[in-house]
Design a protein around this ligand. Structure first.
Ligand code: TRP
Length: 451
């Protein structure tokens, strides 16, 4: 059979795929979106979205990827026998390249904050910390440097290959990430007044619930599980024939949710202990939190600093396992479709993403006029992918697998040729044919304010 390498171990499969899913989406985006949408009530809706949309969506990409045993574009082609469906793969590769471009900028900010909290230049009053962020983000050189550095870190993992690069990095980074998270959660929850933050996360208040909350939860589920760019499809092409796909999908969704909730338990107790508003929005981790850590641990300044260092290290690790997965989609594509050596394919992607990252970085303050439709390029890329390209990729994938793919092949792949999870197939089929497309269409209509 094929010479194609894949993940060597079962743990490797889970940790690498969970590494893709767990990222800034969990540690940075989830807490602020949950904060803006009323905490516990949002989380309940979010869990519903994971079950009805997230897990079936993951399964669809797993099925196409493992069956296709190739890069995303060819996997869609192989499954249907029709070249037209390659376009879904191409769309995914394009989307993940754009995501990598702007995601690396935010990840680069995390590197700078890790550096600054280590050397001690991040401490000062609230005004200082707020100014620190705006001065740094609008500097023409520094953020570009860190963003490109982040892409290069990703590059050097990718060129080592699937097993020695991606799988090994995930096996090292994911356990460290988990330990860091637990340490910070314990420190945050032992602060006086922390209980209020915990209550915010576990006691639902349904009075705020409206369709915006539902649709935010849906969008968050998509981004957080890395759905819609054929990213999971590419990883699934490295799974073994024995991997129990439904079980793997459930485990990864569970890990992803667990890390998101732990991130909430790390951030909200500290936020409430200091008395800041939980609904701060995206600037929460760069503007509010450095100060929250200092104030929360005023009695023990050294501990406050250590916590800040651990927190930014955690963000860097979480982001890195995600950028690796975004990079791999394009690298696998260039390697297999253009027959280039893996190293050269990786350089193509690294170069394209670095250029995009520099432009995105400059667009948030250093250079006037790098904007599209009145938004900075960074915001534009973020919105374009999250609100348009990801749902589109998910929608097309679901329609493809529900209505165009050979259903016997789908069943064989889902059940490992009838050896596992046979009873799940009809439920899965119903979900991808009807429920997932309708829900995604709803998100779409909401995004474009047609609803
Ligand atoms: N899921 C990651 C996070 O939560 C981000 C990510 C990685 C992603 N790969 C992706 C998002 C592919 C969309 C598509 O941060």
């Amino acid at each position: 059979m094929s010479e194609r390498s894949g993940f060597a171990t079962r743990v490797g499969v889970i940790l690498a795929t969970a590494g893709s899913a767990v990222g800034l989406g969990n540690v940075w985006r989830f807490p602020y979106v949950a904060g803006q949408n009323g905490g516990a009530a949002f989380i309940i809706i979010y869990i519903g979205c994971l079950l009805v949309l997230g897990i079936p969506g993951m399964l669809s990409e797993f099925i196409i990827g493992r069956r296709g045993q190739s890069n995303a574009a060819r996997a869609y082609h192989n499954f249907s026998g029709s070249r037209i469906w390659r376009m879904v793969g191409h769309l995914g590769i394009l989307t993940s390249t754009i995501i990598l471009g702007f995601y690396a900028v935010v990840a680069g900010w995390c590197l700078q904050y890790l550096f600054a909290s280590t050397v001690g230049t991040l401490s000062g009053d609230a005004q200082y910390v707020a100014n620190y962020f705006s001065t740094f983000a609008s500097n023409p050189w520094k953020p570009c440097f860190w963003g490109v550095a982040f892409i290069l870190m990703t590059h050097f993992v990718i060129v080592r290959g699937v097993q020695k690069g991606i799988e090994r990095a995930s096996k090292i980074l994911m356990p460290i990430l988990f330990i860091l998270l637990v340490v910070i959660v314990i420190a945050a929850c032992s602060l006086p007044g922390a209980w209020q933050g915990v209550t915010f996360l576990i006691k639902p208040n349904f009075s705020q619930l409206d369709h915006h909350v539902m649709l935010d939860a849906l969008g968050q589920a998509f981004f957080s599980l890395s759905l819609g760019t054929a990213c999971l499809c590419t990883y699934a092409s490295y799974f073994s024939r024995e991997t129990h796909l439904p079980r793997a999908a459930a485990q990864i969704a569970f890990i992803d949710l667990g890390i998101a909730i732990l991130s909430g338990l790390m951030i909200f107790p500290a936020v409430f202990a200091v008395g800041v508003e939980p609904s701060q929005g995206p600037s929460l981790i760069f503007v509010t939190l450095p100060n929250v850590f200092q104030q929360a641990f005023t009695a023990m300044p050294l501990l406050g600093r250590v916590i800040a260092i651990l927190f930014y290290a955690l963000l860097v690790f979480a982001a890195l396992t995600s950028t690796i997965s975004m990079h791999e989609i394009g690298t696998a594509f260039f390697t297999e479709e253009l027959h280039l050596p893996r190293k050269r394919s990786a350089w193509i992607l690294t170069t394209v993403c670095s250029v995009l990252a520099v432009l995105c970085s400059l667009s948030v303050g250093a250079v006037e006029g790098i904007s599209v439709l009145g938004q900075s390029l960074l915001d534009f890329c973020d919105n374009l992918t999250a609100k348009f390209m990801l749902p589109l990729g998910g929608l097309l994938t679901s329609i493809f697998i529900g209505w165009f793919a050979n259903q016997r092949d789908v069943r064989d792949e889902l059940t490992n040729h009838g050896t596992v999870a046979q009873r799940l197939f009809p439920i899965y089929q119903l979900t991808v044919r009807f429920i997932v497309p309708v829900l995604i269409l709803l998100v779409f209509l909401h995004q474009f304010e047609l609803l």
